[in-house]
Structure formats: structure tokens, C-alpha cells
Ligand binder design. Structure first.
Ligand SMILES: Nc1ncnc2c1ncn2[C@@H]1O[C@H](COP(=O)(O)OP(=O)(O)O)[C@@H](O)[C@H]1O
Ligand SMILES: [Mg+2]
Length: 272
């Protein structure tokens, strides 16, 4: 993937790095000694069963949680030495906890504009230019048809697209997509995945981290995989090395076979 790399990004270890990161809550170890290095120009799938710690890991990355142990550097900012509020502005987040906060009466343009102010619902006086940009992002995500309708009546796929537009209007350097395909039917899912594929291949694309527990959703643009089970890393690296039947069987605790065809993956439970 060719993407211009700035001077600041040249050293991969300054981009996104977790070193020996653990997270303990109520005496339960939710993440255990995680090492993860994300180089500029790579896009990652974070794959693991329900409850394996994916959302917690992303909340740490985005500065919403503080690690119990270990060091985190995100977008060149080392936690503890920089202003996390500033860092959060460089990170776009699309996930279910955000969806729940959106008023159902909110018009799509206002929702997308609110991304500029990193708030939901209320924001300072947006400019005409802000609204023009919001419209452009909605168009780029292929859902201009939703403009006349309030958020609450839209389909799940349309809602997800608007949330992605909302995240992108802020021009984030890192885009976190926490199970964006959850609840989508097949057509809406493929449509959204194709949008992400195009987005990731565009010049100046943000680094994307895409969370799923379905192999079918891993598109070619996602070059790397971090496989997690019960808060521990099972595999981290290039997709074809991480997506093996052996590693997936270990992570999901069922015997799995993996098939790749035309850059898409599918899994099959290998019942004896
Ligand atoms: N605040 C918390 N206190 C205690 N346990 C938590 C808390 N947040 C998450 N967990 C637990 O941590 C584990 C990982 O959760 P999560 O990161 O949401 O997993 P995933 O996103 O992979 O489904 C789960 O077992 C969950 O119940
Ligand atoms: Mg989750």
C-alpha cells in the first residue's frame, strides 16, 4: 500500500506501540501483557471471540482508559507525557457505545457536523463550510438519500455510514471501527466493507483498526491481524501468517479451517 509517510511517521515505533500493556478491573485481568506495534500505512483487523478484550484494548489506545501496567504510544504521543484530550481529537471512533448516545431526532447533517466538535448533540456555531464538508462526506459514503430523515428512522447500515462520515470529517489519523458490521444484513455489510476498502486505499487514509469476529469481513485492504483470546495475544502480524486454522482454532476454541479466495477469507468449523 503506498501512502506518503511524513518525517514524524518514519520511525514506526513512534506511530502506535503498546509495550507490556495489562489492564485489571475488579481484580480481573482483562488484558494481559499486550505487545502491539502498528506501522504507518498498515491497516489492522482486531479479531477475537466475544469478551476477549477487543473494545477494552481500543479504549486504551484511544486514551479513554489508563493501563494498569505498560507503555502506550499513539500517533507519536506517549501516554503520561501528553494531553490525551488533544490525542483523542486525532482519533475517529465508530462503535456501538457512541450510537446509543445519538438523539433519534437528530438530522444527519448535524450528526456529521458534530464530529468537528468532538461532541454529540450539542456544539458551537458550525459554519456554512462545516455543513458543506459534512454533505461531501455523506456523499462520499454513499448516503445522500438519508439527508431529509432523522437519525432514528434510518437503517443500521445508514447509521453506520453516518458515524463513519462523522469520524472522518475531523480528518483523524487513526480510525477505530468497533464491529461496524454488527447487525447489518449481507448487502449492507458488503456495501459498508467496500466503502472501507476504498477509504483505506485512498491517499492520506487514516490508519484503520477494524474489529470483528467474522473472517468473512476481513477485506484485502486490511494487511495485518491482531488475534486475541481472553486478553492475551494469540497472533500479531501479516494477515496470511495470523489467519491459520491452527491459530484461529486456538483463539475461538473450536477446530477451524480457513479458506482464502480472491483476497477474501472464510472459515469452516471442522467437526470431527
Ligand atoms: N469495567 C469493567 N469491569 C469489569 N469487567 C469488565 C469491564 N469492562 C469489560 N469487562 C470485561 O472484560 C472482558 C473484555 O470485554 P470487552 O473488551 O468488551 O471484550 P470484547 O470487545 O472483545 O467483546 C469481558 O469479560 C468483560 O465482561
Ligand atoms: Mg467489544
Amino acid at each position: 500500500m503506498s501512502k506518503p509517510v511524513t518525517e514524524q511517521q518514519k520511525k514506526a515505533e513512534d506511530w502506535i506501540t503498546l509495550q507490556g500493556v495489562s489492564f485489571v478491573r475488579n481484580r480481573k485481568t482483562i488484558l494481559d501483557h499486550i505487545h502491539w506495534q502498528i506501522a504507518p500505512g498498515t491497516h489492522w483487523t482486531l479479531l477475537g471471540p466475544n469478551g476477549s478484550g477487543k473494545t477494552t484494548l481500543l479504549q486504551l489506545l484511544a486514551g479513554y482508559l489508563w493501563p494498569t501496567r505498560g507503555d502506550i504510544t499513539v500517533l507519536g504521543e506517549r501516554f503520561g507525557q501528553s494531553d490525551l484530550r488533544e490525542l483523542r481529537k486525532k482519533i475517529g471512533w465508530v462503535g456501538s457505545f457512541l450510537q446509543a448516545q445519538i438523539p433519534s431526532s437528530q438530522p444527519p447533517l448535524d450528526l456529521v457536523v458534530s464530529g468537528k466538535f468532538a461532541s454529540i448533540g450539542v456544539f458551537d456555531a458550525p459554519t456554512h463550510e462545516d455543513y458543506t464538508q459534512a454533505r461531501e462526506w455523506i456523499e462520499r459514503l454513499g448516503c445522500l438519500q438519508v439527508l431529509p430523515f432523522p437519525y432514528g428512522v434510518l437503517s443500521q447500515g445508514e447509521k453506520q455510514r453516518l458515524l463513519i462520515a462523522r469520524a472522518l470529517i475531523h480528518r483523524p489519523k487513526l480510525l477505530i471501527l468497533d464491529e461496524p458490521c454488527a447487525g447489518l444484513d449481507l448487502k449492507a455489510r458488503e456495501h459498508l466493507l467496500q466503502t472501507l476498502e476504498n477509504l483505506g486505499r485512498a491517499p492520506q487514509a487514516p490508519t484503520m483498526i477494524f474489529v470483528t469476529h467474522h473472517l468473512e469481513e476481513i477485506l484485502p485492504v486490511f494487511s495485518h491481524v491482531f488475534l486475541i483470546k481472553e486478553g492475551r495475544c494469540v497472533a500479531s502480524g501479516e494477515k496470511r501468517e495470523a489467519l491459520t486454522g491452527e491459530l484461529l482454532s486456538q483463539a475461538f476454541e473450536v477446530p477451524m479451517e480457513v479458506h482464502e479466495e480472491g483476497g477474501r477469507y472464510r472459515s469452516r468449523v471442522a467437526f470431527q
